[in-house]
Write a protein that binds this ligand. Structure first.
Ligand code: AMP
Length: 270
C-alpha cells in the first residue's frame, strides 16, 4: 500500500514523500478514500494514529480539484473548517495543512484565543481556504462580524470527545447553526460516549464508520461500587473497606497531591 494508490494529486504526493511517509497508516488507508468520495465520516482515532494526514490530505485534494465546485469571483470564501479543542492542536493541524499543501495554491489560517484578535481580523481580509480554529475565538469573530462561514464545504471536528469534555458543546452547536446545510462532515474522536453518539447522530448523514472503538465499557472483570459518604469520613471508610476485604493491593486516586499525601499518612497510621 502506498499513498499513490489513493489518486491524490501529484503536488500532495510530493509533499507527503518529502515528509518521509511511505506507507499510509491504517486510519489513513480507510479515511482517505472515504473523504475523497465526498461523504460523511465517523472515525475512532487517537492521537498518534496519523489521523491528521488522514483528513488533511483528502481535504486538500478536494479543495484543489477543479472539477469540484470552487471559489466564485471576488474574494474566495472559506471552504473548510477544522475545529479542534486546544490551541496546541490547532497549531499542529494548521502546520500539517501548510506542509502537505505547500505545492498547492490553497491558503490556511489558524484562529485561536490567547492572542490579539486584530492580526486575525487583518488576515481574514485576504484569502483563507482552510480555517483551523478553536471554538471560543471563532465565535468571537462571528460576533464581531469579521468571519463568514456561509460557504463551508467541509467541516472537521477533531478530538470531538475532548471538545465535549472541555465544555464546548454549546459553542459547537452555535457554530453548526452558521454553516450551510449542504456540506461534508468528518468527526474524529478517541472515545464514544452517549454524548458523542448524540452529536454524531445529529451531525452526520449516513457516515462511513472507521476504526470506531468499542463503546467505553468497563472490562468484564471490573465491578463498580459507589459508597456515598461524608467528606470527612472518606478516609475512615477506605481504611475500613481495605481491612474488611483484606485487599492486598489497592490503587487510590485523589484529586490533589496534598490529598494523596494526607491519605497515605493516614493509612500508614492504621
Ligand atoms: P497524528 O495522529 O495525526 O497526530 O500523527 C502522529 C504522527 O505520525 C505525526 O508525527 C505524523 O507526522 C506521523 N505520521 C502520520 N502519517 C504517517 C505515515 N503514513 N507514515 C509515517 N508517519 C506518519
Amino acid at each position: 500500500m502506498s499513498f499513490s494508490t489513493f489518486g491524490l494529486s501529484d503536488e500532495i504526493i510530493r509533499a507527503v514523500t518529502e515528509r518521509g511517509y511511505t506507507v499510509p497508516t491504517p486510519i489513513q488507508t480507510q479515511a482517505i478514500p472515504a473523504v475523497l468520495a465526498g461523504g460523511d465520516l465517523l472515525a475512532g482515532a487517537q492521537t498518534g494514529t496519523g489521523k491528521t494526514a488522514g483528513f488533511t490530505l483528502p481535504i486538500l485534494h478536494r479543495l484543489s480539484d477543479k472539477s469540484i465546485k470552487g471559489p466564485s469571483s471576488g474574494r474566495p470564501p472559506i471552504r473548510a473548517l477544522i475545529l479542534v479543542p486546544t490551541r496546541e492542536l490547532a497549531a499542529q493541524v494548521e502546520e500539517s495543512v501548510r506542509d502537505y499543501g505547500k505545492y498547492l495554491k490553497l491558503s490556511s489560517m489558524i484562529m485561536i484565543g490567547g492572542v490579539n484578535i486584530n492580526p486575525q481580523i487583518t488576515r481574514l481580509k485576504s484569502r483563507v481556504d482552510i480555517l483551523v480554529a478553536t471554538p471560543g475565538r471563532l465565535l468571537d469573530h462571528v460576533q464581531q462580524k469579521t468571519l463568514s462561514l456561509s460557504q463551508i464545504e467541509i467541516l472537521v471536528l477533531d478530538e470531538a470527545d475532548r471538545m465535549l469534555d472541555m465544555g464546548f458543546i454549546r459553542d459547537i452547536k452555535k457554530i453548526l447553526a452558521l454553516l450551510p446545510r449542504q456540506r461534508q462532515n468528518l468527526l474524529f474522536s478517541a472515545t464514544f460516549s452517549d454524548e458523542i453518539q448524540a452529536l454524531a447522530d445529529n451531525l452526520l448523514n449516513k457516515p462511513v464508520m472507521i476504526e470506531v472503538a468499542r463503546r467505553n465499557a468497563v472490562a468484564d472483570k471490573v465491578t463498580h461500587v459507589v459508597h456515598p459518604v461524608d467528606r470527612d469520613r472518606k478516609k475512615e471508610l477506605l481504611a475500613h473497606l481495605i481491612k474488611q476485604h483484606r485487599w492486598p493491593q489497592v490503587l487510590v486516586f485523589t484529586r490533589t497531591k496534598h490529598g494523596a499525601n494526607k491519605l497515605a499518612e493516614f493509612l500508614d497510621g492504621q
